[in-house]
Design a protein around this ligand. Structure first.
Ligand SMILES: C[S@@+](CC[C@H](N)C(=O)[O-])C[C@H]1O[C@@H](n2cnc3c(N)ncnc32)[C@H](O)[C@@H]1O
Length: 263
């Protein structure tokens, strides 16, 4: 049976409208060109990747990315340029001591240290099973976050919550855990739903990153929101004193928005 244009595309993790994959192909071309991945056949590779995802799923697409050298390049952009971009952007909002909430591989926090944040005034936390890293090798302490999301009881002035909330099945549980700490400021970064990036597209990109660029096995969840919706939710915990969106974040196919919440 031939597929019609409106059939959902099953990727192995979920089913997506063909328009989502079409947009994804365009963004691949845009991000690769913008951030300097420049094989001669770049646009054809983007087309091929879209077809492989649509017809075969994420696992073969991951192999293709690896063979084409894209995975190594893209992860390096995340580790260096994305982290540097976020650090330059939020440094002025981060009054120490800082707790990096679910800091992932802590490339952002490490970029902040190279920009003058004192390692004695930062603490990280993450789920102990989430990343294959030796926390003891960092210049700052990292605490495990248990299933119930209790955050380490440290005397932080600022909580940094960077591209974390939309991954949580219940973002409010994490916000409630954050609210238990006495930190007077939260700096939240989110990729928001907007006219060019609907919730389906965000979810697809989350799946793509987790299945094709790293091996984060936890399922992605549909918790994407518009900037106004995040503002409303965050506003229940304090005053949202600053909101700023930047369109071009290295490695990312959509904008990021920073929210500063003063409590
Ligand atoms: C994109 S990482 C952000 C890490 C770090 N804060 C940063 O900005 O680089 C997302 C965080 O959400 C958590 N998470 C929960 N579910 C996830 C999922 N399905 N995919 C990726 N991250 C997930 C991870 O533990 C991780 O800390």
């Amino acid at each position: 049976m031939t597929k019609s244009r409106t059939d959902l595309v099953a990727t192995g993790q979920g089913a997506y409208q063909p328009a989502v994959l079409e947009r994804f192909e365009q963004r691949l071309q845009w991000v690769w060109k913008r951030d300097g991945f420049a094989p001669a056949d770049r646009d054809r590779l983007a087309r091929l990747l879209r077809i492989v995802i649509a017809d075969l799923g994420f696992r073969p697409a991951s192999d293709l990315l690896h063979l084409a050298g894209v995975r190594t390049w893209w992860n390096a952009v995340f580790a260096r340029q994305r982290s540097a971009f976020i650090a330059d952007w939020v440094l002025a909002h981060l009054k120490p001591p800082v707790l990096d909430v679910l800091g992932g591989d802590f490339t952002v926090l490490r970029a902040l240290l190279t920009r003058g944040l004192n390692p004695e005034q930062v603490v990280g936390c993450e789920r102990s099973y989430a990343y294959d890293l030796q926390w003891s090798e960092f210049d700052f302490p990292v605490h495990p976050v248990p299933e119930d999301l209790t955050l380490p009881d440290v005397a932080a002035y600022t909580l940094l919550i960077s591209t974390v909330l939309h991954h949580e099945p219940e973002p409010e549980r994490l916000l409630q855990a954050a609210a238990v700490l006495a930190a007077p400021r939260w700096v939240v970064i989110e990729n928001c739903v907007d006219g060019d990036n609907d919730a389906q597209f965000h979810l697809f990109v989350d799946e793509f990153f987790n299945r094709c660029l790293n091996n984060f096995e936890v399922p992605c969840v549909a918790q994407h929101r518009t900037a106004s919706q995040w503002q409303e939710l965050l506003g229940r915990y304090g005053s949202v004193t600053h909101i700023e969106t930047r369109q071009e974040v290295p490695g990312m196919p959509f904008p990021y928005t920073v929210f500063v919440v003063d409590r």
